[in-house]
Write a protein that binds this ligand. Structure first.
Ligand code: ARG
Length: 462
């Protein structure tokens, strides 16, 4: 380990080694190094552009920083705890490479605006990647849905059989959740993409800097209008954690369904070997570890949101070291969401097979067509509530007689109500029950086909 330096000549002794370790963030903020270098290069260019340093000095700083980037990429840059954080690590190495000139880099800037800049550049890039992954996930949902417009699946409320559905309709529900996630991240991105660079430690700087110049170089859409806000705002990170928490809510709900569907009790899907796991003791088992892990990992992403909210809530302006705690949870959320999206996309793509035969049988074995009997009467002038009560009675009688609605004879139907005719059988067949729900956004096949087209169109928006 390199020797711990004293902070400045104000200090007489170095930090206690345990405190140095406690204070350091280098072991996790090294993740930001490329963004730190890019941000510093923009800052150096701005210093030269405004005449605060010479053009030549600016160029040397930029080149020196680029050298550090290459060293890092080649696995040759390993700053230790003595560097404290990634910002000091890069600055120190720069001085080693370009000499005393490197000491000019920090003119008119503080680590406070620097770390804010790095975090935003990091998050902006990650958001792009996550949005791309969401698109891939949506694409797979659409591909499967397209094959299963006419596949029926029991629909549930309260986890009790309710009304049958087109499987495509069921899958499209997840498409729309992912669409909102995609849009939400785009919205968050607008607030991530504001530059705090040049806010200084808290109050701005005495140098004639040009904040818009660095913002432009770094592709920020604007600059923070208030320096105190600029260095201490973490709303953008909280918003991102909200957005990722919702992604995890959606993935977790899908996971839960896949787990249920794969059970012997449901038997709606078969888990393929490439995405299922075995048991170390029970040789017959095939376990849905992928969706279980996704469901399990959801907790930590929610936790990071809570941690960040609590970390922020009592902070006086402006920067406080508490803010160093913003990073690990953020990085972990990014990594977790990316890993879960990838795993779920693969699971859908090649890890699941819908047991269409079993699904077709499942929807014939229940009373999920009861609403349609009530609708049948209501369409023939019987007030709906009256029809509803009558069908309740029919269901009760049928259960007692060990029958389903389709098993009742026409005489039995007509005894219950004279409006029943031969066409009742068609009206309560599962296929017709689904097809008939042709209201906008419903599960009727014609609606689902329209919905698929609309979904495909949504995929092309930027
Ligand atoms: N490592 C610090 C962080 O992550 C950088 C900013 C330090 N600023 C300071 N005033 N000590 O927040």
């Amino acid at each position: 380990m390199k020797e711990q330096q004293t902070w400045s000549q104000r200090f007489e002794s170095a930090l206690h080694p345990a405190i140095a370790l406690f204070n350091a963030s280098i072991h996790f903020d090294i993740e930001l190094i490329e963004y730190d270098i890019t941000g510093s290069q923009a800052h150096a260019k701005m210093l030269a552009h405004t005449g605060i340093i010479s053009q030549q000095e600016g160029e040397k700083l930029v080149a020196g920083l680029e050298e550090i980037r290459q060293e890092y990429r080649q696995g040759k840059f390993h700053p230790g705890v003595e560097a404290e954080d990634v910002h000091f690590a890069v600055e120190r190495r720069l001085v080693e490479i370009v000499g005393d000139l490197g000491k000019k880099l920090h003119t008119a800037r503080s680590r406070n605006d620097q770390v804010g800049t790095d975090t935003r550049l990091y998050l902006r890039n990650q958001i792009q990647q996550i949005r791309k992954q969401l698109r891939e996930f949506q694409q797979v949902l659409l591909d499967i849905a397209e094959k299963h417009v006419e596949t029926l699946i029991p629909g549930y409320t309260h986890l009790q059989r309710a009304q049958p559905l087109s499987l495509a309709h069921h899958l499209l529900a997840y498409f729309h959740m992912a669409q909102r996630d995609w849009e939400r991240l785009g919205d968050v991105s607008r607030r991530v993409n504001i530059s705090p660079l040049g806010c200084g430690a808290l109050a701005g700087t005495t140098f004639p800097i040009d904040r818009h110049y660095t913002a432009k170089l770094l592709d920020f859409e604007g600059v923070y209008a208030n320096s105190l806000d600029g260095v201490s705002d973490r709303d953008f990170a909280i918003e991102f954690l909200c957005a990722t928490s919702l992604i995890m809510v959606h993935l977790s709900r899908l996971s839960e369904e896949v787990i249920l569907w794969g059970s012997e009790e449901f038997g709606f899907v078969t888990l393929k070997d490439s995405c299922a796991t075995g048991s170390s003791i029970m040789p017959q088992k095939k376990n849905p570890d992928v969706p279980e892990l996704v469901r399990g990992k959801t907790g930590r992403v929610f936790g990071h949101l809570q941690a960040m909210l609590v970390m922020m809530k009592g902070l006086p302006l402006a920067y406080n070291k508490d803010l160093q705690e913003d990073k690990e949870g953020l990085f972990d959320s990014v990594n977790t969401v990316k890993a879960c999206l990838e795993a779920m996309t693969i699971l859908l793509q090649e890890g699941l097979e819908f047991r269409t035969q079993r699904l077709a049988e499942a929807v014939t074995q229940d009373f999920s067509n009861a609403t349609d009997v009530a609708d049948y009467l209501a369409a023939r002038g019987v007030p709906f509530r009256e029809a509803y009560n009558l069908v309740g009675k029919v269901v009760k009688i049928s259960i007692a007689g060990g029958k389903l609605l389709k098993d009742l004879s026409l005489e039995e139907w007509q005894e219950l109500h004279p409006a029943f005719a031969e066409d009742i059988y068609g009206a309560i067949s599962p296929r017709q029950v689904v097809a008939a729900r042709n209201s906008y956004g419903g599960t009727g096949f014609a609606q689902v086909k329209q919905a698929l087209l609309a979904a495909r169109a949504q995929m092309t928006t930027k």
